[in-house]
Design a protein around this ligand. Structure first.
Ligand SMILES: Cc1ncc(COP(=O)(O)O)c(C=O)c1O
Length: 361
């Protein structure tokens, strides 16, 4: 019997066990809402509902939110399970996936867990971390079955425009491959959010959730948007994992989507307060370089001298503050910071980051 060699995520262990700090710049999402932020009474909820292959009212809301029909929607436990289902339904062991680098580690470890061989194409800081379709084309092989992108890009926050997505789609189509776009951070464009990439054709799959942009991670409301025959396959695979989500959580997610504007307004307030603090911090430093993202909740500065490992240790040990070291994204000289937290906390966190950097000079 062969054994699975890739069955853990070092990043997820870091995120769950080691990223907490009073002054937290490690979190990539908006400050979590509490249940009292949802306009709901206990008697509005139930534990049981018509959930076979997706809770129908939730599928309808997600479909409407994304401008597709419910036949294109797989309800999933966060973008995490959405990615897992999308990969498992479309790729076989021994297939190859072409993944952007730097990237969100779970994309890579999930593919490897499924026996898929991972190749990379680079998104370079010198080109503002844009996707270069020529680079993508160069890295394709006859075995490449999927190109994997994040939009906004985790860790840099860079936006991929539609013409680039189309160009990548053409490269995939010529190879009979698919494009998966993880759009969990695209939600943080709020009313400026472009149409999901599924609208560019059936060779695109989109994954997303309410977890990052609205402070609603606890609901685990995620989805895949895909062609209906793939949707069917994903629901059959989901039967082998968690069967379906807790109905009560699905009902709360319906209420959240019916009131999504209020969560967007709350999130924008936080980002509007924190982005100038990030900008001022970046402008004040000559020991880091950063492509400044226009949108979203994250940025990925490069430490020009000294090691990110030492910075991480110093912040943790002396300043009760946290960042995400760049090695988790395959770019060790960088670190990721998040600006979706409480504004007072965020301001102090940046002061502490500045003090730690000064101490390292
Ligand atoms: C690109 C990307 N996809 C998926 C996830 C996981 O999202 P969720 O909490 O919706 O499972 C994250 C979390 O950091 C992420 O950065």
């Amino acid at each position: 019997m062969t054994s699975r060699t890739h069955s853990a995520s070092p990043y997820m262990q870091f995120a769950k066990l080691h990223s907490a700090a009073t002054y937290n710049l490690a979190s990539s999402g908006i400050l979590p809402c509490s249940i009292s932020d949802l306009p709901v009474k206990l008697e509005d909820l139930d534990m049981n509902g018509p959930t076979l292959y997706g809770y129908a009212p939730l599928k309808e809301r997600i479909a409407k939110w994304n401008g597709v029909t419910p036949e294109h929607v797989v309800c999933a436990t966060g973008t995490s399970m959405a990615n897992h289902l999308a990969f498992a339904a479309t790729l076989e062991p021994g297939d190859e996936a072409l993944v952007e680098r730097p990237t969100y580690e779970l994309l890579v470890t999930t593919l490897q867990y499924l026996g898929v061989n991972v190749r990379y194409f680079d998104r370079r800081m010198e080109s503002d971390f844009r996707v270069d379709p020529e680079q993508v084309a160069r890295q394709m092989t006859p075995q490449t079955r999927m190109i994997v992108l994040t939009n906004l890009h985790n860790p840099t926050g860079a936006l991929i425009d539609n013409s680039t997505l189309r160009a990548v789609g053409e490269i995939a189509r010529k190879n009979s491959a698919l494009v998966l776009v993880d759009e969990v951070y695209l939600e943080s464009l709020y009313e400026q959010r472009p149409q999901p990439a599924i609208h560019l054709g059936d060779h695109f799959l989109v994954t997303s959730s309410l977890t990052k942009a609205y402070g609603l991670s606890g609901l685990r409301c995620g989805w895949v948007l895909a062609a209906p025959e793939l949707v069917e396959r994903m629901y059959r695979i989901n039967d082998l994992y968690g069967v379906y989500a807790a109905t009560t959580a699905d009902m709360l997610s319906v209420i959240a989507l019916d009131h999504v504007d209020r969560f967007a307004a709350r999130a924008k307030q936080l980002l509007d307060a924190n982005r100038p603090v990030l900008e001022a911090f970046l402008s004040s430093r000559d020991d880091i370089a950063c492509v400044r993202p226009e949108f979203g909740t994250i940025a990925f500065p490069k430490l020009l001298r000294r090691s990110v490992h030492d910075l991480d240790r110093l912040l943790r040990d002396t300043y009760d503050a946290s960042i995400v070291p760049g090695h988790y994204f395959y770019m060790p000289q960088h670190f990721r910071i998040g600006i979706g937290g409480d504004p007072t906390m965020t301001e102090i966190a940046f002061q502490r980051l500045a003090r730690a950097l000064d101490e390292m000079r």
